[in-house]
Design a protein around this ligand. Structure first.
Ligand code: ATP
Length: 436
């Protein structure tokens, strides 16, 4: 596979804008730092990534159920979780240019931009604050959630009782999280508003280490199924000084981005930290009663925490290829067909002889199951290339032969090979290739 040369991140940013994958937020006002909007193509890719995760975590298993909790929670949640006290990054300011940096990202002891002197490090809380109701005082201060996990913990017993789950079982959630990051950047890699796909798996204390290993393996496998090249993925264990305040053990799954190996997902053994703290702060009994062994305990939690946006960036970076064809460069996103934004493009070769009418019937049929793009103008080669750029796995072309024998050509995005098949067979042909 010919990969891209030059600066891949710049290419992804410009392709994303040009083809409606991702736009800078509020662009007509000059943009706003670290906020991005998903366009018509990007929103489909994002939905498909989330759908694939949800299916793997919830529908294809019997031990995990989903929830969708409120972004705004009782402020006591963040005291109990430790976020008010400990969700901080040490930061320094440059005395000369006033830029702000995360201490753990600095190489020397001077400003990396202008060389100026830096202030002493101080702790900066990453939670966004706002006020609930019309009075803007301390008692009405609330936070935008910095992780979706807490919505799961506070609902642990509601979910367990209403769905009659027995330990071990998990609760999954996809939703927005907000962090006032000191140094956002690298496109959608680190932003201040982002989406997480989190799953908290509740286990009996003593079985936590075995489940931690299981989830590590399962999550790595998931990225393979998503289509990411295995040689670009690795585990990074957290050393004692890297561990978050709640964790007994933590491994990151890292991807080799154009800017280096970086975290894609965290797998954490959170012990009984969160449930114990919520029990303590709320005064409510959050223990689980095992009616087989007659034991009562606070479960341990194994967490898998992935970023939707980071996964999407990984998919783009991993799939982007440039291929030289007849002294021309073909840009193609070799995305796993099952998560491709548009599944099938349908092209009448010419705008005459009834070809568009036949094509429209095919579109109407395929649309029942897939996202379909219909384009009837322009040179066929250019129409194919435009779909290659957004990763459309198949293009169906209706030509003069179609009018006599009801066959069409199906072009494969990756090989560019075309095969003729009966149009009545299209649904069958696509079904296992394109369904998540
Ligand atoms: P980092 O070290 O990169 O700041 P973290 O260790 O704070 O990440 P976690 O709290 O474990 O991250 O969050 C779980 C996942 O949520 C991350 O692996 C990442 O995919 C995603 N995530 C976290 N912060 C951001 C962000 N600012 N922008 C985009 N995604 C994020």
């Amino acid at each position: 596979m010919a990969k891209s040369g030059g600066n891949l991140m710049d290419k992804l940013v410009s392709l994303s804008k040009r083809r409606g994958i991702i736009f800078q937020s509020s662009e007509i006002y000059g943009g706003i730092n670290s906020c991005w909007d998903y366009g018509p193509v990007g929103v489909e890719l994002k939905r498909n990534i989330k759908e694939f995760w949800w299916r793997s975590m919830v529908y294809w298993r019997t031990d995990i159920v989903g929830i969708d909790a409120s972004i705004i929670m009782h402020p006591a949640v963040w005291k109990a979780s430790g976020h008010i006290e400990s969700f901080t990054d040490p930061m320094v300011d440059c005395k000369k240019c006033r830029r702000r940096f995360r201490v753990d990202e600095l190489k020397g002891d001077h400003c990396p931009v202008c060389g100026g002197d830096l202030t002493e490090a101080r702790q900066f809380n990453l939670m966004f604050k706002t006020f609930m109701g019309p009075v803007e005082d301390e008692t009405n201060m609330i936070f935008l959630r910095p992780e979706t996990a807490q919505g799961i913990y506070v609902n642990f017993l509601n979910v367990q009782k209403s769905s009659r789950k027995k330990i071990p079982f998990g609760i999954a959630q996809i939703g927005k999280a907000f962090r006032n990051e000191i140094t956002p950047g690298n496109f959608i890699f680190r932003t201040r508003e982002f989406e997480q796909m989190e799953m908290q798996y509740f286990v009996k204390p003593g079985t936590d280490e075995a489940f931690f290993e299981k989830w590590k393996a399962a999550r790595m496998e998931w990225y393979g199924e998503l289509g990411i090249r295995p040689e670009k993925l690795r585990f990074h264990p957290h050393g004692p000084d890297e561990l978050a305040h709640y964790a007994k053990a933590a491994f990151d799954i890292e991807y080799e981005f154009p800017f280096g190996w970086k975290e894609l997902e965290g797998i954490h053994n959170r012990t009984d930290f969160d449930l114990s703290r919520h029990q303590q702060f709320s005064g409510k009994d959050l223990t689980y009663f095992d009616d087989q062994t007659r034991e009562r305990y606070i479960p341990y939690v194994i967490e898998t925490s992935a970023g939707v946006d980071r996964t999407l960036l990984t998919v783009l970076a991993d799939a982007y290829c440039e291929e030289e064809i007849n002294e021309d460069i073909r840009v193609v996103l070799k995305i796993n067909p099952k998560i491709a934004p548009i599944k099938v493009a349908v092209f009448p070769l010419m705008k005459k002889d009834g070809m568009p009418e036949v094509a429209e019937k095919i579109v109407a049929d395929l649309r029942k199951r897939y996202t379909v793009f219909y384009d009837l103008s322009g040179a066929i080669g250019r129409r194919y290339r435009r779909q290659d750029e957004i990763g459309t796995p198949f293009a169906v072309t209706i030509d003069s032969q179609t009018l006599t024998d009801q066959t069409v050509t199906v072009r494969d995005r990756d090989t560019m090979a075309q095969e003729r098949i009966a149009s009545a067979q299209l649904q069958n042909f696509f079904s296992d290739k394109l369904t998540i």
